[in-house]
Design a protein around this ligand. Structure first.
Ligand code: HAM
Length: 419
């Protein structure tokens, strides 16, 4: 039997209402803040990601789905959206049409990671990106939006963590200071961390290994070495978050796994999803547009993992599925009324009433069982003596009341069912 690829997941009809609810919440909240949706292709030229996310990162180094297409172009399935959004922003000169572009997205992403609870190879993100302003109001706004969405989905056990990575020059200076601190401790570091010393030294702070953490406990912290402007901006983000009533904690070890960040970085973590606890990750990337060949354009954004959020919702007992219902089930009493049935169903559906009926030649009793299973609000009985005299019975399945309607009073039935 052919099965789905490891780390990918079917979203079955029984789960889809939760996805709709989440997606509608995302769309509503983003549009309340005047963000417009952007959709970019699922695959891009590989260079886009290596240039923006960074050669030394886990994503580019180990996790991308990269292949050559028939014209020998190196293609990569998008592992994240920011690079594609900035590419589209530059390609379509969006910055020339208006000074500030506030964009959001919902899309599948691909990373060849080791699958586990909350970590997939095809997963979905929603996120927002604001391009064109260095105002810290936007950093705070995006954190606020992410927090609002999670709260709206009923999540309570979430913590907002923020940090600042400063600008590249102060960060490079700090990396040297960190390297000096670690010089005589190298041998005590785990193999993974030793590798990161050269490729991506800041990521040492992500190590989950106790002995690494012990060494890093007394390490100098980037936040103490960032430039004055970044310090001032970080204070502003905190001030704005306070004004917006978003509870937060500062976390000097929050370094994030992508190279494009400058200044603000943030994550929102859940206490209810195990080791893959980051529901949201984001930050400012003021140099990215320029790095990708565009005009210098400051930017800030975040992305959130939908599967992880749904897992958190399940574990917090929120987003409980409402019973699926249909408005009307038409029970056919006589076998030869198919064309009348089709007419009737079509007329109701055109009035925005959801209708189903039997396709399997089932008995009246079996049709009623099906109507109950589908949670039909009303059942219409088509056929019998009533039909011969131009009427049908409509049964309210909640009260059990049944009423006879002349077929010419179709709009009366519509009115009742639509209530
Ligand atoms: P990221 O931290 O790589 O950031 O991913 C954001 C979120 O996507 C994570 O917090 C997590 O919820 C979800 N996620 C990541 N990998 C997986 C996976 N393998 N399985 C399930 N969920 C996953 C970014 O992607 C940046 N583009 C965020 C950003 C936007 N920064 C600025 N703008």
């Amino acid at each position: 039997m052919i099965k789905a690829i490891t780390g990918t997941k079917d979203i079955l009809p029984s789960e889809i209402s939760k996805w709709y609810l989440l997606e509608n919440t995302v769309k509503n909240i983003f549009s309340n803040y005047n963000y417009k949706e952007i959709r970019t292709p699922v695959f891009e030229e590989t260079l886009l990601f290596s240039r923006s996310i960074g050669e030394g990162t886990d994503i580019v180094g180990k996790e991308m789905y990269t292949f050559s297409d028939r014209s020998e172009t190196s293609i990569t399935l998008k592992p994240e959206m920011t690079a594609g959004v900035v590419r589209a922003f530059i390609e379509h000169s969006l910055g020339k049409q208006q000074p500030l572009n506030k964009l959001f997205y919902i899309s599948p992403m691909f990373r060849q990671e080791r699958p586990q609870a909350g970590r997939l190879r095809q997963f979905h993100q929603f996120g927002g990106e604001a391009l064109g302003s260095s105002s810290m109001l936007l950093d705070a706004e995006l954190i606020h939006i992410a927090y609002e969405i999670l709260r709206n989905l009923g999540l309570k056990d979430v913590r907002v963590k923020i940090n600042s990575l400063g600008v590249p020059s102060s960060r490079e200076n700090y990396k040297n200071i960190l390297r000096k601190y670690l010089a005589d401790k190298k041998n005590k570091l785990s193999e993974e961390s030793r590798k990161r010393l050269d490729s991506n030294i800041l990521r040492l702070f992500d190590s989950k290994i106790e002995s690494d953490q012990e060494i890093l406990r007394n390490a100098p912290l980037l936040i103490d070495y960032i430039d004055d402007e970044s310090k001032k901006d970080f204070e502003q983000v905190k001030e704005f978050l306070g004004k917006l009533n978003v509870p937060f904690e500062t976390d000097p070890a929050l370094v994030r796994g992508l190279d494009y960040y400058t200044k603000t970085t943030f994550e929102i973590v859940s206490g209810k999803v195990g080791s893959q606890s980051a529901l949201v990750g984001g930050g400012r990337y003021d140099l990215l547009a320029e790095q990708l060949g565009g005009d210098p354009t400051p930017g800030v954004g975040f992305a959130a993992g939908i599967e992880r959020i749904l897992l958190a919702c399940e574990n917090e007992g929120t987003l409980n599925q409402h019973d699926e219902k249909i408005d009307l089930y038409i029970v056919k009493l006589d076998k030869d009324l198919t064309s009348e049935l089709l007419d009737l169903a079509l007329n109701f559906r055109r009035k925005n009433i959801s209708v189903d009926f039997d396709y399997l030649n089932r008995s009246v009793k079996a049709q009623m069982r099906e109507a109950n299973k589908l949670n039909a609000r009303y059942v219409l009985f088509l056929g019998g003596e009533e039909y011969k005299s131009g009427s049908v019975n409509l049964k309210n399945m909640k009260t059990g009341d049944q009423k006879l309607f002349a077929l010419k009073d179709f709009s009366e039935m519509v009115k009742i069912i639509s209530q």
